[in-house]
Each structure stands twice: as structure tokens, then as C-alpha cells.
Ligand binder design. Structure first.
Ligand code: B1M
Length: 208
């Protein structure tokens, strides 16, 4: 299976062809992590570039995202391990105003694979919902943001945790394309991860 074909089909938004390609690649023994990185994630990067250059618009971007998700769901069983003992409970969501969820879902999937229990708060998550998750036993709050206009809501959530007297009861990890370690330090987050596999490492480190 040529991974370039899966890459092209994601960009075209051809979900059935992406599914068929991913199935074939897996059957041929190509590593799920390689398919994810070289075909699916690489294609979304290209989609982002084309959008930025005005070659495609939001509908095309959305159709490509759906095709990516179709491929991702086939990879999930291969990426997620079978940990039995919980490594901690992570409440994860995309911050208020932001609807991007592919990266957040990928991070949740990798954390689940590493033995963490996941409370998936979804997208467009208001600060109070993260605060409420601490009451439901979350030991880590994971926030994702893809827009420069929504990343400030991560800081707002941290302030809400402080106001609720819960800041020292939970670790806060953040990530997403515009997020940096400097930004994490600036808003007082405990950890930053640039990608899904380092998110697992960071979550483990945060819980000692
Ligand atoms: Co949007 N979008 N989008 N979009 N979109 C971006 C983010 C953009 C960079 C495109 C561009 O201009 N090049 C741009 C943002 C510019 C900016 O803020 N400076 C943009 C824009 C402008 C918009 C709209 C405003 C467009 C419009 O309506 N005019 C709009 C906003 C809607 C909203 O949220 N309110 C919008 C809408 C959409 C769609 C709905 C069409 C769709 C999302 C579908 C979905 O998610 N279900 C979409 C998409 C697909 C993208 C791009 C093309 C791809 C995002 C993606 O899924 N990447 C994106 C361009 C790009 O990023 N190249 C773009 C793949 C994913 C695996 O990577 O999410 O970065 P990522 O996650 C990584 C890491 O960041 C990290 O790990 C992940 C895996 O390695 N990570 C974490 C993420 N979260 C983490 C959390 C952690 C740790 C690590 O700890 C908790």
C-alpha cells in the first residue's frame, strides 16, 4: 500500500477510500503509528497549508477532517494498548469557542492506551466544566486549543480552578498547534506537550 495514496485521499476527503487504504496498509503489516504520522497527520498539515493559501475553504477542510477521522478510528485498536491498572484520570477537552477535536481525540486515545482513565468533555468546553471534572475525580485536566483566539481560555480555566480552591488538587496539561511551552509557563499550566505521544510522557511525569 502506497501511503501517498491514503495521504491524497484524506486531502480529497474520500473517506471510503481512506478506510480501504488504511485496512490494506494494516493488512500488509505497516505500523499503525507510521500510517498515522506519514499519511493522516501529514495530510491534515497539507490541508492546513492549502486553506491558508486560499486554495481550499472550510467545507473542504471539514470533509478532509472526516476522512482523517474515518482512518483514525481504524487505527485506534492498534494504537491503544491494554493497560489494566489506572495510571490516573484525565479530563480532556477542547477549550471554549474551539471546535477542533482531531488532536484532542488522538491525545485521549494515546493516554487511554497508556492506562489513563479518560473523561472526554468534548469541544467548546467552558471553564466551569473543567472545574466540575475535578469533583468527578480527575487528577489531570487536559486542554486543547487550535485557534490563537481561543488559547487564552486555557488561562481563564486555570483562574477558575484557583477561584474554586482546586488548583492544588489537579495537574493541568495543555497542547494544540498554537500552544508553546512559553505560553504554558505564562498561564501557569503544569505541563505542555507538542504531540500525542509526548502527552502520555508528560501526564506520567505530572503524576510522579
Ligand atoms: Co480549522 N483552523 N478552523 N478547522 N483547521 C486551523 C487550526 C488553522 C491553523 C488553519 C490555517 O489557517 N492554516 C486556522 C487557525 C489559525 C489561527 O488560529 N491562527 C483554522 C481556522 C482559522 C479555522 C476557522 C476559524 C475557519 C473559519 O470558519 N473561517 C474555523 C474555527 C471553528 C472553531 O473552532 N470555532 C475552523 C474550522 C475547522 C473545521 C471544523 C473545518 C476542521 C476541524 C474538524 C475537527 O477537528 N473535527 C478544521 C481543521 C481540520 C483544521 C486543520 C486543517 C487541521 C487541524 C487538525 O486536525 N490537525 C488546521 C490546520 C493545521 O493544524 N495544520 C486548522 C491534525 C491534528 C492531529 O493535529 O490538532 O495540532 P493537532 O493536534 C496535535 C498537537 O497539537 C497535539 O497533539 C496532537 C497530535 O499530535 N495536541 C495536544 C493537541 N491537543 C493537545 C492537548 C494536549 C497535548 C497535546 O494536552 C491536553
Amino acid at each position: 500500500m502506497d501511503l501517498k495514496q491514503i495521504f491524497d485521499n484524506v486531502i480529497e476527503g474520500a473517506a471510503p477510500a481512506v478506510e480501504a487504504g488504511v485496512k490494506q496498509a494494516l493488512a500488509e503489516g505497516i505500523d499503525a503509528g507510521v500510517i498515522l504520522k506519514e499519511a493522516l497527520i501529514a495530510a491534515m498539515d497539507e490541508v492546513g497549508k492549502q486553506y491558508e493559501e486560499g486554495d481550499i475553504f472550510v467545507p473542504e477542510m471539514l470533509i478532509a477532517a472526516r476522512a482523517m477521522q474515518a482512518g483514525l478510528s481504524l487505527l485506534k485498536p492498534h494504537l491503544v494498548g491494554r493497560g489494566t491498572e489506572s495510571a490516573g484520570k484525565v479530563a480532556i477537552g477542547t477549550v471554549k469557542g474551539d471546535l477542533h477535536d482531531i488532536g484532542k481525540n488522538l491525545v485521549a486515545m494515546m493516554l487511554e492506551g497508556a492506562g489513563f482513565e479518560i473523561i472526554d468533555l468534548g469541544v467548546d468546553v467552558p471553564p466551569q466544566a473543567f472545574v466540575d471534572a475535578v469533583g468527578k475525580g480527575a487528577t489531570v485536566i487536559g486542554m486543547s486549543a487550535l485557534l490563537t483566539t481561543t488559547m487564552s481560555n486555557m488561562g481563564v480555566t486555570i483562574e477558575s480552578l484557583k477561584a474554586a480552591g482546586l488548583r492544588d488538587k489537579v495537574k493541568v496539561m495543555i497542547g494544540g498547534a498554537p500552544v508553546t511551552q512559553d505560553f504554558a509557563t505564562q498561564i501557569g499550566a503544569d505541563g505542555f506537550a507538542p504531540d500525542a505521544s509526548s502527552a502520555t510522557r508528560v501526564a506520567r511525569e505530572l503524576l510522579g
